[in-house]
Design a protein around this ligand. Structure first.
Ligand SMILES: Cc1cc2nc3c(=O)[nH]c(=O)nc-3n(C[C@H](O)[C@H](O)[C@H](O)COP(=O)(O)OP(=O)(O)OC[C@H]3O[C@@H](n4cnc5c(N)ncnc54)[C@H](O)[C@@H]3O)c2cc1C
Length: 189
């Protein structure tokens, strides 16, 4: 399942607006980035534009990943709605109507984004020792799984993801699986 947060999502949670290539909003921006990812991929060209105003740009620049994206030229700037429409390549009247229903104020920052694999949800069923389970609930011999390979706590829907779950299951699960493996071979845990 694709998840996405290639650029900091925090400015979006603070009032940033996502529009598609036609200059229209297409989902509830207050949802998480996992939800946004699948909605973006369903848009024309599979892309969207994250729109920020000066207040949100100031916030965004407190995040190293945003600064790196800006240094790479990914953050574009437009003095007004007409210039922003030219940047996006959409109809200026449509975009102006979209912006009029937001709290964004010119000048604008704009970042073209898409959805991408972020972490996996679902996977092999495991027990508390990270042993992979058969359909009947009994463990396979000598088969362990953790992290993205194993079923996590997020469930199989985009709304189930909570930030930090990917590394949580990878680090904690890896630790547990290593102890199980050591115990199985009679080694020192
Ligand atoms: C941009 C981005 C930001 C993220 N930010 C966060 C965050 O803030 N917090 C959070 O909790 N999670 C975050 N994640 C998710 C997190 O990184 C993953 O959930 C986590 O790394 C999964 O760990 P893993 O060990 O299961 O798998 P991976 O980290 O994917 O490791 C799998 C390893 O196996 C190797 N491999 C694959 N196939 C083979 C093969 N056939 N032979 C040998 N080696 C192979 C791969 O090269 C890789 O090194 C982020 C992910 C991305 C992409």
């Amino acid at each position: 399942m694709p998840q996405g947060a290639l650029i900091s999502w925090a400015p979006m949670m603070e009032g940033g607006v996502q529009v598609n290539a036609e200059g229209r909003r297409f989902h509830d921006d207050t949802e998480g980035y996992s939800e946004a990812s699948v909605r973006v991929l369903a848009q024309p060209g599979g892309v969207a534009w994250n729109l920020l105003d000066p207040r949100l740009l100031t916030l965004a620049r407190t995040f190293p990943d945003f600064l790196a994206a800006e240094a790479a030229g990914a953050v574009r700037h437009a003095v007004d709605a007409q210039a922003l429409a030219a940047l996006i390549g959409c109809d200026a009247v449509t975009l102006a109507a979209t912006l009029a229903e937001t709290r964004l104020r010119a000048p604008y920052g704009a970042v073209k984004v898409t959805g991408a694999l972020f972490h996996t949800q679902g996977g092999l069923d495991i027990d508390a020792q990270c042993r992979v389970l058969r359909d009947d609930g009994t463990p396979f011999p000598d088969l362990l799984a953790a992290g993205g390979a194993a079923r996590g706590v997020s469930g199989n829907a985009v709304w189930g993801y909570l930030s930090g779950n990917g590394l949580l299951s990878a680090v904690a699960g890896g630790y547990i699986a290593a102890r199980t493996a050591a115990a199985q071979i009679g080694g020192d845990t």
